[in-house]
Design a protein around this ligand. Structure first.
Ligand code: ADE
Length: 425
């Protein structure tokens, strides 16, 4: 048991550590790639001397990442990247069993959330690790003096990458960022299969409704939307996709879904899930058109996708039906049901993506942190993709861990692909 001064953490209850330890170990069984990295990190200590401030969903999977980074020599402080996504037992285990400073409590209010981010910044990081860019944005707003000591940062999610790219475009970004989300071994799996499964999991845990036969509206057909639509169809729902991008809309059509404007879908849908990364996707016009009994959830990063101000304004009364499920009685007599306060339903009402996909996402995080230590000083103040070698190596390790072998190109085939001379025979 590690001892750690009380002022260096703020968690729900250290006595949850025993539960947390078992849960973190359970997740580790599905994270063989991260385990291999951890073994090497233990020997090589590539992060020695680095102070790492991480703002991530504090889950059992994140606990395994934090343990890996510590094994690599990093002095790590962790805070939550969403007020509702913390697994309190995992946070307790990190503090008690691993001596890692954690500032995260499930259900913390907005003020505490930002105070916890501030505590993570008090660590004076040399590396930042973010999920949604609240840590880096906070640093750029209020703590700019810290930027000089930072070699670089990593960003986990689509929304964060978009925010950071906007900062870079405006020439405001003060250190390089590696966009972990852009790795193929991240978004092909985490965004698609992770969000697909965990969002359905959150909806079912919050409501226990039958999905078979329901009209399930997926707003946004990015990687998350694709995964969610696929899994909702797999459960027997009739899926409608809404999009603003014509190419994605066309893809959804050819994937076999009905596609229409959300205002039209609003009249038909039983369950609506936003996964767009934009604001007020479900707005007044759509809320007015919905059937009584419709269920609303968001699985995008921020709780801005459903216009909650409008929903509140339409409501005569609101009552909690069960955990993560609130009933809005509207003045016109209809009832709408909001899950997890409009926050990401997969983490707030369930446990986030399963460990098997977070294995690859967090392998990208660990190896990108190592890359920043080696190469950060030669990078510009831009958003960079994860180097292709890292991405391919993670895929190789994952396949090997799954005991799946693949073919290799013969010399002749490799030569052929590198040439242009041979054409139609
Ligand atoms: N984002 C989505 N699922 C997650 C998980 N299980 N752990 C950390 N971040 C996540």
């Amino acid at each position: 048991m590690a001892t750690i001064p009380a002022q260096r953490y703020d968690i729900k209850d250290p006595r949850l550590a025993a539960d947390g330890r078992r849960m973190v170990e359970w997740a580790a069984q599905e994270m063989p790639v991260l385990a291999q990295i951890r073994e090497r990190f233990e020997k090589e200590k590539p992060l020695k001397g680095q102070r790492l401030s991480a703002c991530l969903h504090v889950t059992t999977e994140t606990a395994n990442l934090a343990i890996t980074l510590k094994a690599g020599g990093a002095d790590i402080v962790l805070c939550a990247s969403n007020p509702l996504s913390t697994a309190d037992p995992a946070a307790a285990s990190l503090v008690v069993d691993h001596g890692i400073s954690v500032f995260a409590i499930k259900g913390e209010d907005s003020e505490t959330y930002y105070r916890h981010i501030s505590s993570a910044l008090d660590h004076r990081p040399t590396i930042t690790m973010d999920d949604g860019a609240d840590l880096v944005a906070g640093l750029h707003k209020d703590r700019t003096e810290l930027a000089a000591g930072i070699v670089g940062g990593t960003e986990e999610t689509t929304t964060g990458v978009i925010r950071l790219q906007s900062m870079a475009k405006q020439k405001l970004l003060r250190f390089p960022i590696i966009a972990v989300n852009e790795a193929q071994t991240k978004h092909f799996f985490d965004n698609r299969y992770g969000t697909g499964q965990s969002t359905i999991d959150g909806i079912i845990r919050a409501t226990n409704v039958l999905l078979a036969g329901k009209v399930f509206v997926v707003c946004g057909y990015g990687w998350c939307g694709r995964g969610l639509a696929m899994r909702a169809r797999g459960m027997g729902a009739h899926v409608i996709v809404t999009e603003v991008d014509p190419v994605r809309a066309l893809e959804a059509v050819m994937d076999g879904y009905r596609v229409m404007p959300l205002t039209d879908a609003a009249r038909e849908g039983d369950i609506f899930v936003t996964v767009t990364g934009d604001i007020n996707v479900v707005d007044e016009a759509q809320l007015k058109a919905m059937k009584s009994g419709a269920i609303l959830a968001n699985s995008g990063h921020f709780n801005d996708e459903i216009n909650l101000n409008v929903l509140d304004g339409m409501a005569e009364s609101v009552r909690t039906i069960r955990t993560s499920l609130e009933e809005y009685r509207l003045r016109d007599g209809r009832r709408l049901y909001l899950l997890a306060e409009g926050r990401l339903v997969n983490l707030a009402a369930a446990e986030g993506h399963p460990a098997a996909v977070m294995d690859m996402s967090f392998a990208n995080q660990a190896l990108s942190a190592e890359y920043l230590v080696k190469h950060g000083s030669s990078l510009e103040r831009k958003v960079y993709p994860v180097p292709g070698d890292i991405d391919r190596e993670i895929a190789r390790l994952k396949l090997a861990a799954m005991d799946i072998r693949i073919d290799t190109l013969s010399e002749e085939q490799a030569r052929y692909l590198g040439g242009w001379e041979s054409g139609t025979r």
